[in-house]
Design a protein around this ligand. Sequence first.
Ligand code: PCA
Length: 200
Amino acid sequence: MKVLVTGFEPFGGERINPSWEAVKALSPELDGSRVVKVQLPVSFNRVREILPGIIARERPDLVLLTGQAGGRPNITVERVAINVMDSEMPDNDGFKPEDEPVFEGAPSAYFATIPIKRVVKTLRGAGIPAGISNSAGTYVCNTAMFTALHTIAVEGMKTRVGFIHVPYSHGQVLDKGRPSMAQETINRAVELAVRAIIST
Ligand code: PCA
């Protein structure tokens, strides 16, 4: 099996993105599956441009996308991606879409095709606070999840697609008074999620 795991570059004035730190730390082979790691730009336009090509080229069995959800206290497994780009905060290209579709004429939404409950159960079983999220937001993470699911649908592929949001890591919030998780725990969560998905 081949697994494509993505994390994002830093955004919003942060120096790191804990999602990419976790992806970087993954071993290149997990339970016999080859792990391909890609860092995605925090750019609505570039994500829509490059992600379909990466998926078409790699033809992975699983695409697990990860991103930072600063302010959430736990690991969240996203249930759904919607065909909306809407943001008051500019992306890293300075783009701030308002009520625009990710892809014109595409379905309103796609559900994740990984076993989301099983991932949550696995993480909780390992002592890591985790839950389901019913909205990946309308910023670049939702666009990435929607783009991956739409690409799989359009290409008629069987690849499973899921998205995991991770909290800030401790070092990002030392003076902010916001929820955070140890980077090592975030790393372990992403690894356990990949393992749980590929074993089903
Ligand atoms: N989180 C943002 C985009 C990149 C990231 O890591 C989001 O939740 O949309």
